[in-house]
Design a protein around this ligand. Sequence first.
Ligand code: UD1
Length: 422
Amino acid sequence: MEKFVIEGGYKLEGEIEISGSKNASLPIIAASIMSEEKTILKHVPNLTTFPTMIKILNYMGVKTKFEDNTLEIDPSGIYQFTAPYEFVSTMRGSICLLGPLLAKYGKARFSMPGGCVIGPRPIDLHIKGLKKLGVLIENEEGYIIGKVDKLKGNNIFIGGSFGSSVLATANVLCAAVLAEGETIIEYAACEPEIVDLANFLKKMGAKIYGEGSHLIRVEGVKKLKGVEYTIIPDRIEGGTYILAGYITRSRIKVNNIIPSHLFALFDKLEEAGLDIKYGENYFETIPKETWKAVEVTTLPFPGFPTDLQAQMMSFLTLSDGISLITEKVFPERFIHVGELNRLGADITLDGSKAIIKGVKSLKGAKVMASDLRASAALVLAGLTAEGITEISRIYHLDRGYEKFEKKLSSIGAKIKRIKEES
Ligand code: UD1
């Protein structure tokens, strides 16, 4: 295993390029199997997530080639419709293959994804939506088995207790595209990753209206074609570097972002008393020594993203006053709190709320990464902490940040990847 060793307290300076979006790539890769022709996806980030997704596709008989952030997918030889436990257990996002498989081939056998460190991860909304389109679903020995002769369009309300679901929307949207007749998806997720998926599907020949709103209308088509498509930039990676700039009181330029994907973050930065500067595709951090405490509530897009909650918490540990974070998407997603406190933060938990009393500075310590975004939060804290911070189990980070330490080093961070003695 590897760890990061960070020498904190250095200012950052320079420019960083944001990679393609992990969460947009996943459902788009899955949707590529809905055509019989080759698809070429550009700007796919080189993350450890994708070899697992690619392994599942290869297992199914799909040919792939991944080089220089370009992924070629040739689904013409697909003959297996099973996603086995050993793959799904390490990659929950592979569930987004369910809708495309049922849409194109009328069958899918999928290992039920379990919970994960950020809390329970049910798939009832995926199942409900697919059933509404005519899929018969059974549960057998930990596998969901879906079958359908011909998908039929329907009106589907897909909201749950926590609002909209991103991947349930992706699955149902893909299935609706090849269903007979019209489908209305109500309470659809509005995330930019869903808009990107819809744009991709439209390029393939789908007829989709209203993506980006809670009401998506789909007119089913018979066939989709293979296309070339460029994935949108990763808004969470962008937000993480923006917070890295502010927490280290540095001036950095974050390039290749779509600012409107991050307005919820910008709003909170301004409320904290920081100056912000952005243009069509970049953001510049304007350093300030102190910032005010703020209240943040995570919500589905366009609300504050749960995937930036941990990084925002690191930033707020140094605020002037008492901040409050309420997690409304994954109410148990607070595993980073204990580790941040080890670095000198003062955070207490009350159910799905975190109360963050601002401290003057953080102090380096040994901490453990626990999930992808929690690990990024520890890196941000380490960059500003006095002394050395060692973060073990950084494989979590490699699932979501392309060349993380290289990008940070290029703007002056003192961060090294080191093999851990076992
Ligand atoms: C996606 C993102 C993840 C992000 C999350 C929320 C990918 C690969 N992952 O995950 O990074 O944190 O959106 O923005 O894109 N829920 C149900 N029933 C369901 C499905 C979800 O109750 O059938 C609940 C979840 O437990 C959660 C909420 O709905 O409380 C939102 O989850 P969802 O949007 O589905 O997350 P994912 O799509 O899995």
